[in-house]
Design a binder for this molecule. Sequence first.
Ligand code: ZN
Length: 186
Amino acid sequence: MENRTKKAQFASIVGIVANLILAVVKGIAGVIGNSKALIADAFHSASDVVSSIAVLVGIRAAQKPPDPEHPYGHGKAENIATLIVSILLVVVGVEILLDSISTLFSDEQSETGMIALYAIIFSLIVKEALFQYKKRLGDKINSPAIIADAWHHRSDAISSLIALAGIGAAMIGSHYDLPFYSTLTQ
Ligand SMILES: [Zn+2]
């Protein structure tokens, strides 16, 4: 296997494993910490596993040598993977927009536990690290699929930031019993 494919494949597997871990951590912390925002984010991470698998499949298929049915090789497979990831990225973008609107008018429980806050900070750090790693690798090995996946991690980091703002606001609101938040959260 080509070195480029090996690196791209490793990066995709890192993404799959990270998203699985994030889904479990956020799911558990969301239930214990009583946070709807975090539970929704956990489901998002679970769906992200699919996006990472698409990249892995595309990269693996692209490195197959030409055969009688595909005399020009399988390079297009990576383009298809890039397309899938890009479509999912648009979906994530819309989701972030809707999330920010609903966060503003959220009924996030005011008794949200600190564990929810820690889990979302953990997610934010992991996602930004994944973005940095995959963006650099994608540029280096010239892989549009990896670059698109990198941008997905960055949007997830932004989405975690919005969830963090929502959870933080609910906590501050309940702590100081602000009238503004109690009208929002009731
Ligand atoms: Zn995502």
